[in-house]
Design a protein. Structure first.
Length: 209
């Protein structure tokens, strides 16, 4: 479990005032795989973003996404054709969409119901608990932007993607966000909290081995 102290200045690239309390040991070094599609969608929501590609790892394209805050984040539509390139990033994109201006739609995302958890329902439940508006329109996930997020205790359901998304939500919310079963991040990104804390301090993170 982790509890995150929240601060909207995180989104303004002034991350030194947020705090994270860790109640478990984190270890290891693993570079998270980054899909090309998520970079394009972040560019739709946040004006200043770019993908820095790395050499392929196996059959996967990997890289880093460099994002700078824009005061005018605008909602977007993620079409059914775009979903395969970013389906695993929908939880974090939905969180970003909750801070954009307008209504963001993720079309034909029924696949989310059969991931490590029912991510479709979990995203809606989690954002709602935080004070945002999100709902299902058939197989489309709709997130209404402009929310002032509050505190909540969220169970990540043992799902590493949800664990990381709700931890980031703790930096955006105005009150404490507690993430239960946070140890699920060890599946894909054991060093997540270490890197997140590094970003909050405004420094460059150490390379991953």
């Amino acid at each position: 479990m982790i509890a995150s102290g929240a601060n909207m200045k995180y989104l303004q690239h002034q991350m030194g005032h947020s705090s994270i309390r860790v109640t478990m040991d984190m270890y290891g070094h693993l570079l998270p795989e980054v899909g090309e599609g998520v970079g394009k969608k972040l560019d739709s929501l946040i004006w200043d973003s770019k993908v820095v590609p790395f050499p392929e790892a196996g059959n996967e394209r990997v890289g880093e996404i460099d994002v700078r805050f824009s005061p005018s984040m605008t909602a977007t539509t993620v079409t059914a054709e775009e979903i395969p390139s970013l389906v695993d990033e929908i939880p974090i994109l939905a969180l970003v969409a909750s801070q954009a201006d307008g209504e963001t739609r993720f079309e034909s995302v029924g696949e989310l119901r059969v991931k490590e958890s029912d991510r479709f329902s979990a995203i809606i439940d989690g954002l709602t608990a935080l004070g945002a508006e999100a709902y299902a329109d058939g197989e489309t996930l709709v997130v209404v932007g402009g929310a002032a997020l509050g505190g909540a205790t969220l169970d990540c359901l043992g799902d590493h993607r949800l664990a990381m998304t709700w931890a980031v939500a703790g930096l955006v919310a105005g009150e404490q966000v507690t993430v239960e079963r946070f140890e699920a991040v060890e599946v894909s990104y054991p060093r997540f909290l270490e890197d997140l804390a590094c970003m909050q301090q405004g420094g460059g993170c150490a390379p991953h081995a």
